[in-house]
Structures are given as structure tokens and as C-alpha cells.
Ligand binder design. Structure first.
Ligand code: CP
Length: 316
């Protein structure tokens, strides 16, 4: 694996290999000195053309825990404001001796273009509405760890703004690869125009399928992507959205007793998820964030440090 641009870059064995490697790194992150020399001398650059809290910080934390050096490209303080192109920016960063670039961009396919221009490994940290593969790896890792077994037959409902969601696409592909059964649950206006090739069932009625789900995966209503057209074009109002597709306390009470709730963050509390549910016992939201570092350590390690398991990697 030279790059990680989309879940389709992995087959089931490779995906499970990343998850197995991440298990080793969870143990590393729990050590008193949570650092190993696996990537000493290597340099990882985060190149984000969009804001991020979880993805950027967890990649930078992952690189540091592997003893790699890090470079941070900050869009607002960069020469992009002077008209520098994506290609020139990528080539400039690579010329500083970078081994891996973690790229987030509002345009679908931008990380793929960067990968065609540079010799460094490129990791897609979210491109437009297309994919967010490491979020999906974090999520399937979190489910597998929490359950203590594989995901074959697991019934997962992905609820909400599928149309604008790179997380929905990557998660659907990763979950299906591991044998889970995915149902997309959304109003027709928040689904992509075509779902050809998506290994999913579709429902427009959350209440009708709620009790059949093992996992409710809520998507953020992306106000920034639907602004300009106004939410009224896609659904009548946020209040109406919550009433029909939000995980309210009343709906959560009708879930199966051991059902789990997930959200990639950032959350619109009170819109797609009620406050008490986000922080409640069924919620894996904090586990998802905590696992982000170990999973991204695994991705960096497998791209830069060799494909094997990092058993015996000594603590610094
Ligand atoms: N889930 C996710 O990608 O969050 P950030 O935008 O904070 O990185």
C-alpha cells in the first residue's frame, strides 16, 4: 500500500491488518511513556485546506508517538492566499523532505491528484463529499474492540445527511467489507441521486427500522455545505429534521437494549442527536475519538514503516 486514498484501496485482509496493527498501538498509547521509535527520521506533513479538530490532531499525535517529525500546513497562513496552486503547494511541501502527506480538501479527488504529483505517501483525510477512509477505519475498529468480535451480520443504520457525507460512503464500504449490513436512513433529498454500487438498503423512516438496528450511526447536518440553498430546500426546518430523523431521547428508548450509538463529530447536539444520548451509556463517541490516534498510528506505520505487526517495538 503506497497511499490510502479510499476504502477501495484495501481488501478485507488488508483492512483487518490495519485494525490488528492498531490494537498493538492502543497498548502503546496506554504506556506511561506512550512513544516508540518506529518512524524516527521520517516526516509527516498535515496539509488541511479545511478546518479539523479530530483528524488533524490525531494524525499529528500519531506521528509524534511514532517519533516522526511533523510539519503543519495552515491554509489561512499559507501562500495559497497569494494564488499558489495545489500542485505547487504539494511539491513545495514535498521538497522539504516529507515522507507522508495527510491531505484534507473541500474538492473530491484532491488527495488523488496530490498522490499523482508527489513521491511521498498520501493519506486522504477527507475530500469533499467523496471519502474519509481513516474515519471509517476508526469506526470499524471502535465497533470491533467494543464488541470483542467481528462485524459479520451487524445491522448498522447510517442516519441523516448521506448526500454530503464522505463519512457515510467510507463507512458503508468498510462495514460491508467486514460483513455488516448497512441501511441508509434519510429523507430522499439527503440521499445521493444514485446509490448504484452502494452495498446498502435504504429507508426514509427511522421509526420503522429503529428496533432492528444494532448500531445507529448519526451523521452531522452539514450546515456549511447546504448553506446558500437554505435547509428548506432539503428538509423543512431543523426542528422538523429532528422530529423525523433525530435520535431523540424518546427514540433512543425504543432501541434494542444493547444497541450502540456513534457519531463522527463534530455533533449538532439537539439536532441529529440529543444531548443526553451523546453522553449516555450507549454512546461510543468518546471511544471513537480516543481510538483515532492508535488507528492513525497504524496507517502511518503500515505506509512508512513496513507492513508487519509492530510487536516488540521498544518504548523510548
Ligand atoms: N470526524 C472528523 O473528521 O472531524 P474533524 O473535522 O474535527 O477532523
Amino acid at each position: 500500500m503506497k497511499h490510502l486514498l479510499e476504502i477501495g484501496d484495501l481488501d478485507r485482509t488488508e483492512l483487518e491488518g490495519v485494525l490488528d496493527t492498531a490494537e498493538h498501538f492502543v497498548e502503546v498509547t496506554q504506556r506511561e511513556i506512550a512513544k516508540v521509535p518506529a518512524l524516527r527520521g521520517r516526516t509527516v506533513a498535515t496539509v488541511f485546506y479545511e478546518d479539523s479538530t479530530r483528524t488533524r490532531l490525531s494524525f499529528e499525535g500519531a506521528a509524534k508517538r511514532l517519533s516522526a517529525d511533523t510539519l503543519t500546513f495552515s491554509l489561512k497562513a499559507s501562500s495559497v492566499s497569494k494564488g499558489e496552486s495545489l500542485r505547487d503547494t504539494a511539491k513545495t511541501i514535498e521538497a522539504m523532505g516529507v515522507d507522508a502527506m495527510v491531505v484534507r480538501h473541500p474538492s473530491a479527488g484532491a488527495p488523488h491528484r496530490v498522490a499523482s504529483w508527489v513521491d511521498a505517501a498520501v493519506i486522504n483525510a477527507g475530500d469533499g463529499w467523496h471519502e474519509h477512509p481513516t474515519q471509517a477505519l476508526v469506526d470499524v475498529f471502535t465497533l470491533r474492540s467494543h464488541r470483542g468480535r467481528g462485524l459479520d451480520g451487524l445491522r448498522v443504520g447510517i442516519v441523516g445527511d448521506v448526500k454530503h457525507s464522505r463519512v457515510a460512503r467510507s463507512n458503508t464500504l468498510a462495514l460491508a467489507l467486514l460483513g455488516a449490513r448497512v441501511t441508509l436512513i434519510a429523507p430522499p433529498t439527503l440521499l445521493p441521486p444514485s446509490l448504484e454500487g452502494w452495498p446498502v438498503q435504504v429507508s426514509h423512516d427511522l421509526d420503522a427500522v429503529l428496533s432492528e438496528l444494532d448500531v445507529v450511526y448519526l451523521l452531522r447536518i452539514q450546515r456549511e455545505r447546504i448553506s446558500g440553498r437554505g435547509p428548506g430546500e432539503l428538509f423543512p426546518s431543523l426542528r422538523e429534521y429532528t422530529a423525523r430523523w433525530g435520535l431523540t431521547a424518546e427514540r433512543a428508548a425504543r432501541l434494542a437494549p444493547d444497541a450502540l450509538v456513534m457519531h463522527p463529530g463534530p455533533m449538532n447536539r439537539g439536532v441529529e442527536i440529543a444531548h443526553g444520548i451523546a453522553d449516555g451509556p450507549a454512546s461510543l463517541v468518546t471511544e471513537q475519538v480516543a481510538n483515532g490516534v492508535a488507528v492513525r498510528m497504524a496507517v502511518l506505520y503500515r505506509l512508512l514503516g513496513g507492513g508487519g505487526e509492530p510487536a516488540g517495538v521498544p518504548t523510548e
